[in-house]
Design a protein around this ligand. Structure first.
Ligand code: COA
Length: 315
């Protein structure tokens, strides 16, 4: 597998920490020092579909292929207006593609899970070109009167086109059932035969547990993918980590004794955009010509489940 194109699209509305402190008992100082987030983008006038379609079209343009050249579309998404059909089916219509489509929900690790599925399709010859779109709107999962969760998240979409190649050096996925650490339950429709009450509450998160799980699983995943690829941390040009909290990134950076330059971040601008965070960062770096042929990129993500995944891709 190799990545042949990237694209991203962000909502136009930017919300600063000071804007949040107008209706929440919080401050720019608290949010900045505890998370590194200064602002986040929030979907208001546009829709998640608009962002996903724009990101996908940009990735296709960057790859230099047409939507009709796609053999499969995988969309990583946690929440959108439709439970069915899958968001990927809606994106297909937006870009005029004709291939099969499916969504997956690997929470914030969804991009790595999608890369794994895409690489299996490519390896078995079932696809030549796969579009992976990560389209996320976590700002509609949280309770906006709960300061410990709503300040963390932002919306956004990013896409990559992957094609046959030899650039995926190793990949690892892990899942451990730890629902209580981070979950969201939706309200189901009334059914006259069902008596038990449904969960119907915004995102529940045990921040400290998630923090520890994130750091420990990312460190362990990184060690494993390095060993599988027969590389060490100093061979890696950039570590692209899920942008959940700057302190999580710093803990992992310090563990591997790496420099700040090798841990690029944009959490200060966008907050936690769930599975879209790594491909948004990747597209920014690609657009800024920061990535050079031959660079080893180590991607590592973690999220609700508890899911985690990491991989090493040569650019
Ligand atoms: N503004 C001001 N104060 C806040 C606040 C906010 N937005 N959110 C929480 N606080 C308060 C708490 O109420 C608590 O007050 P108390 O000491 O009077 O009880 C205090 O700040 C410390 O809260 P605590 O939860 O201990 O902070 P923390 O250092 O653990 O940081 C998180 C909280 C959420 C930033 C941190 O745990 C975290 O980032 N966890 C991982 C979250 C994550 O990545 N989730 C997504 C994974 S994909």
């Amino acid at each position: 597998m190799k990545i042949i194109g990237t694209g991203s699209a962000m909502p136009s509305m930017s919300v600063t920490n000071d804007m949040l402190s107008q209706f929440l008992d919080t401050s720019d100082d608290w949010i900045t020092t505890r998370t590194g987030i200064k602002q986040r983008r929030i979907i208001t006038n546009e829709t998640l579909k608009d962002l996903a379609v724009t990101a996908s079209q940009k990735a296709l343009d960057n790859a230099g292929i047409a939507a009709t050249d796609l053999d499969f579309i995988l969309c990583s998404n946690v929440i959108n207006n439709y439970v069915t059909p899958a968001l990927s089916c809606i994106i297909q219509g937006g870009i005029d593609a004709t291939c099969p489509c499916i969504d997956l929900n690997g929470a914030c690790s969804g991009f790595i899970y999608a890369l794994d599925i895409a690489s299996a399709y490519l390896e078995t010859g079932r696809a030549e070109n796969v579009l992976i779109v990560c389209a996320e709107q976590p700002t509609r999962l949280v309770n906006w009167s709960e300061r410990n969760t709503c300040v963390l998240f932002g919306d956004g979409a990013a896409a990559v086109v992957v094609s046959k190649g030899d650039n995926l050096k190793s990949l690892l996925l892990t899942t451990q059932c730890k629902v209580d650490a981070l979950y969201y339950q939706r309200k189901m429709e009334f059914n006259p035969y069902v008596r038990q009450s449904d969960g119907d509450m915004p995102l529940v998160m045990n921040g400290k547990d998630v923090f520890k799980l994130a750091v420990s699983s990312s460190i362990s995943d990184i060690k494993t993918v390095l060993a599988k690829a027969e590389l060490d941390e100093n061979d890696i040009s950039y570590f692209l980590l899920h942008q959940a909290n700057m302190r999580i990134l710093d803990s992992i950076k310090d563990y591997f004794k790496q420099t700040e330059e090798k841990f690029p971040h944009n959490i200060e601008k966008y907050g936690n955009t769930s599975s879209a965070s790594i491909p948004i960062l990747l597209d920014e770096m690609n657009g800024n010509n920061q990535l050079h042929k031959g660079d080893y990129l180590l991607l590592s993500a973690f999220g609700a489940g508890f899911t985690s995944g990491a991989c090493i891709i040569q650019w």
